[in-house]
Design a protein. Structure first.
Length: 298
């Protein structure tokens, strides 16, 4: 029995073959995944991971594809999406347990519904709770790692375990969460406060984003800010706003964003990233580090 037929037999979630990843990334680029698996719930996720491990099939976990570039040749093995299986929310006083597949914007909104504050800084950051925790997403002086108490995880064989926040090494746009671990759920501690005041603060932050960041297809910021500087400023100083490769171009409004047009390819995006890094290093001596993740077959 091949792996597709086995997954179809033993799981009730959605299983697809040769799924174009361009349909699952914010940039709208990327070739097909051999298998695309959307488990129904946490137990089925564990079963699917165990099956893939038994069959020796590598897998990649994605949230809603907001911070990833999938190469044009696609992904060999399986892609697991968690937005169905782990879209959970529970609250006990000031403590929230949020599933990794929950949208970050929904988490913020739900916390304010319960008069809990502390996540307003993340308003407008795309992605899911799991993705935000993995990279310690942040903005406006705040980082999600500062509110995390613990994280439930699953290893590549389907076994689950927990780690306390102090063991996860949260720092600027990174953590010690292994690429081989699947984030299942985060325990988050917030402060009691005025939910409506929080919503007014969010409106201010979103207004600022609309004024300073582009609309259109993008993956958010492409590069991490180097110490003491802003990546967008360095790109702008290198005269790269509007630089284009095929259907991808550097935003004229915010130089740390790359926008894609219909017909763009992952090669366009990756070639443009390479040109920007080379020219910024030549101009300023700074080697920019990626904030997005490039995955798939070379």
């Amino acid at each position: 029995m091949d792996i597709y037929r086995r997954l179809m037999k033993e799981m009730e979630g959605e299983i697809r073959r040769d799924e174009p990843m361009s349909a699952h990334t914010w940039l709208g680029v990327g070739g097909p995944a051999d298998l695309f698996v959307s488990p129904r719930d946490r137990d089925e996720l564990a079963r699917g991971v165990a099956i893939l491990a038994e069959e020796g099939i590598p897998f990649l976990v994605i949230g809603n594809g907001s911070n990833v570039v999938v190469r044009d040749k696609g992904i060999r093995g399986a892609v697991l999406t968690l937005t169905r299986a782990l879209n959970t929310f529970a609250i006990d006083g000031r403590i929230i347990r949020a599933g990794a597949g929950m949208g970050l914007s929904r988490l913020i909104d739900s916390s304010l519904d319960h008069s809990l504050r502390g996540l307003e800084f993340a308003a407008g950051i795309p992605g899911t709770v799991g993705g935000a925790v993995k990279v310690n997403a942040g903005s406006h002086g705040g980082e999600i790692g500062g509110s995390i108490r613990s994280v439930d995880l699953m290893d590549a064989s389907g076994e689950t375990f927990a780690r306390r926040a102090e063991d996860l090494g949260f720092s600027y746009r990174t953590s010690l969460i292994s690429r081989d671990w699947i984030i299942l759920e985060a325990e988050i501690e917030l402060e009691e406060g005025d939910g409506e005041e929080g919503r007014r603060r969010i409106a201010e932050l979103l207004g600022e984003r609309r004024r300073t960041q582009p609309t259109g297809r993008s993956a958010g910021c492409i590069f991490r800010n180097p110490k003491g500087a802003a990546a967008g400023m360095l790109i702008d100083r290198a005269g790269l706003k509007g630089l284009r490769v095929g259907g991808a171009r550097v935003s004229e409004r915010h130089a740390n964003f790359i926008l894609t047009e219909p017909g763009a390819s992952a090669d366009d995006v990756i070639d443009l990233i390479t040109q920007v890094r080379e020219q910024v290093e030549r101009r300023s001596g700074v080697e920019l580090e990626l904030e997005v993740e490039i995955v798939g077959q070379d």
